[in-house]
Design a protein around this ligand. Structure first.
Ligand code: C5P
Length: 427
């Protein structure tokens, strides 16, 4: 099957343990990168007997990590940073010994420590002699791992390097690739349509100058990508940014707040969810100068007027979709965010602090999310909330999409119950 580049921007930590199947991991690194993933390789001592770190370094384009307490790597990207960096930890091949150590929670080398320290999903592709695989010790360990939500992919049956035939062969790189991509596609938003805004807007002062802000568009683009992975059909309406649009989204480029508003209104009628991640300029020039303004005086006064509040307008629609706003604040984050949720009549708001190294134009972010529980009327709002700790925007976006999907369905079922109650009363 032909795969789209569906691992774009995914950070995959590939753990390689000692087994003859380690040679297939070299091909796997190449295939994962072809699909857009960033790959870092961690090898156990056993793995280094089968394949050299140099091979994996050349293929991954990154230094290979082998030691837990190596001064050079701990001061570069140490084990905790590696654990945090990963969107997924894929161990392929996973030997019987490694599986046993993982099942018992050992942390006596870099890879086993990482598996304990990460919050990312851990996936293992077992590879071993068929007797070792069917041995009840291994099977019990596999059961233990399954109970801990570690995903086990394979092994396949067939001829083995040791000359025996049976279960224990590691899956082929192509299958591992598909299984890995599968983990990122949740199906949470299947059959739903989303409209997402992202990036800054630009409001002209004269033909060469404009008012804008520091938004890079990364959060909105990550949200759009996560929504596609969750099965939604997505329109991404974006101000000017320097990043490529995700695959499989309908991408509309705009410059100004007015253009963004018009594009949203054209798209919104059949949308189920609206996510306003754009940093829309709040003001534009009342009159845009037709010619470049000359610097003839020491002061220059510009008269500004408010731009349309796109989010509030969408939330006011009679058949409004589930509306999610962002609140980027430099102070009083929680109070301001909750006020915005209420005043704009939103279903949910994602609040983040912006300033030095936070929020805009950086890779990581932290979000505090508030939402209206159930189908409450305004003025009597009950709030749910969740904090998403500082993490790469890609991961935050996936977590946010999960929360949005839960609340969307909760609201929908509350609405259906209300309709049912009203119909019963009429009868
Ligand atoms: O009121 P404030 O600009 O802080 O609200 C932020 C939220 O409102 C963001 O979700 C932003 O995308 C949206 N917004 C909008 N149109 C505007 C201003 C903000 O959609 N003109």
């Amino acid at each position: 099957m032909m795969l789209m580049k569906n691992l774009s921007n995914k950070r995959i930590l590939l753990g390689v343990t000692g087994g003859i199947a380690a040679y297939k991991s070299a091909e796997l690194v190449r295939r994962l990168r072809d699909q857009g993933a960033e790959v870092r390789v961690v090898m156990t001592r056993g793995a280094c007997e089968f394949i050299t770190p140099l091979t994996m370094q050349a293929l991954s384009g990154r230094a290979v990590h082998t030691e837990l307490l190596d001064h050079a790597s701990e001061s570069g990207m140490g084990h905790i940073e590696l654990a945090r960096w990963s969107d997924i930890v894929l161990v392929a091949p996973a030997s019987a010994n490694f599986i046993a150590r993982l099942a018992h929670g050992l942390a006596d080398d870099l890879l086993s420590t990482l598996c304990l320290a990460t919050t990312a999903p851990v996936v293992i592709a077992p590879a071993m002699n068929q007797q070792m695989w069917t041995n009840s010790a291994t099977q019990e360990n596999i059961e233990t791992l399954g109970r801990r939500s570690i995903k086990i992919i394979g092994p396949a049956e067939g001829a083995q390097a040791c000359g025996e035939i049976g279960p224990g062969r590691m899956l082929e790189p192509e299958q591992l690739l598909q299984e890995t991509a599968q983990i990122f596609s949740t199906g949470l938003l299947t059959d739903l349509k989303l409209t997402v805004t992202a990036g800054p807007t630009r409001e002209a002062i004269d033909p060469v100058r404009y008012i804008t802000n520091h938004s890079s568009g990364r959060m909105g683009y990550a949200v759009a990508r996560a929504a596609v992975e969750a099965g939604a059909s997505v329109t991404l309406i974006s101000g000017p940014v320097a990043i490529d649009p995700p695959h499989r989204v309908r991408h509309i480029s705009v410059d100004t707040a007015d253009q963004m508003r018009d594009a949203v209104m054209l798209d919104i009628a059949d949308s189920d969810i609206f996510i306003a991640a754009a940093a829309v300029a709040d003001y534009r020039c009342a009159d845009v100068a037709e010619q470049k303004i000359k610097k003839n005086s020491d002061d220059l006064n510009l008269v500004l007027q408010k731009t349309p509040d796109i989010l509030a307008e969408v939330a006011r629609l009679s058949r409004a979709p589930f509306t999610v706003g962002f609140a980027a604040e430099t102070e009083n984050l929680l109070v301001n965010a909750q006020l915005k949720l209420k005043n704009k009549n939103l279903d949910m708001i994602a609040a983040n602090l912006v300033g030095e190294g936070l929020g805009f134009n950086v890779d990581e972010n932290a979000l505090q999310i508030f939402w209206v529980v159930g189908n409450q009327t305004q003025g009597n709002q009950i709030l749910g909330n969740q904090t998403l700790e500082k993490a790469p925007k890609e991961r935050l976006a996936r977590q946010l999409i999960q929360i949005i999907a839960n609340c969307y369905y909760e609201k929908k079922s509350a609405q259906e119950n209300t309709i049912q109650e009203n119909t019963t009363q009429v009868h």
